[in-house]
Write a protein that binds this ligand. Structure first.
Ligand code: 13P
Length: 252
């Protein structure tokens, strides 16, 4: 982690937590937030409890994120939610292009780019996810795939340097307990940062690049100790306040 970028630790609750469990989790994170003085904390509950969790986070430093949005601002898109609607119910952030969305909901580099642009226009801060599958890694294509995914939205985030964050999540490390080694993660994070530097040095300097994929309290310190890892996007371990806070407390 670099001195000039404050750590960002975001919990992606995915399709977990009903109202009472989610609100309890949010309140426990708020209560323990002072244990992580060196990190910005974000929680990302499912749509159905965003408004309730927003009221639990009110007055705390913990910020609210959604897990997805539609790129249009409104209209006949049954089942969808816009950036403006997310802002309206208290979100500051939105996760975009998560590998589960790319894999199960046919999101493409182009749709992720268009959502990134709409989020920024609505003053919602995107956490844009990129990452290779196991097959792609084994074929030696990691940097090519990640580079292509980043190229789709780099010019868009360059218009407001530091507003968006990027999450590098190797698909093979998500929910599998198989964390990338610090060397594997740092290599990709460094490549992401040098690609950002080709767009603008300022963009490279201020963009927080998070690592995601089986981040746990026992591996957080090593990952967050890497020069180009500026935080974590946490899945499973973000559902336990104690574990999420322990990960955030590992940020120096
Ligand atoms: P896990 O931490 O459960 O591996 O999930 C990572 C992730 O997908 C966060 O977005």
């Amino acid at each position: 982690m670099s001195q000039q970028r404050r750590a960002l630790i975001a919990g992606n609750w995915k399709m977990n937590q009903g109202t009472s469990a989610g609100r309890e989790l949010a309140k426990a994170i708020v209560a323990g937030a002072s244990k992580a003085p060196n990190a910005d904390l974000v929680v990302s509950p499912p749509f159905t409890i965003l408004a309730a969790v927003a009221s639990d986070l009110a007055g705390s430093p913990v910020e609210l994120s959604a897990q997805n949005m539609h790129e249009k601002s409104g209209g006949a898109f049954t089942g969808e939610v816009s950036a403006e609607m997310l802002k309206d119910c208290g979100c500051k952030w939105v996760i975009l292009g998560h590998s589960e969305r790319r894999q199960y909901f046919a999101e493409t580099d182009a749709s992720v780019a268009s959502k990134t642009s709409s989020a920024l226009a609505a003053e919602l801060r995107p956490i844009v996810c990129i990452g290779e599958t196991l097959e792609e890694r084994e074929a030696g294509k990691t940097l090519e795939v990640v580079g292509r995914q980043l190229a789709a939205f780099e010019a868009i985030i360059a218009k407001q340097p530091g507003v968006a964050a990027i999450a590098y999540e190797p698909v093979w490390a998500i929910g599998t307990g198989k964390v990338a080694t610090t060397e594997q993660a740092q290599e990709v994070h460094a490549a992401i940062r040098s690609q950002l530097a080709k767009v603008s040095q300022q963009l490279a300097d201020v963009t927080r690049v998070l690592y995601g994929g089986s981040v746990k309290p026992d591996n957080a310190e090593a990952l967050l100790g890497c020069a180009d890892i500026d935080g974590a996007l946490v899945g499973g371990a973000s559902l336990k306040a104690e574990d999420f806070l322990a990960i955030a407390a590992a940020a120096r």
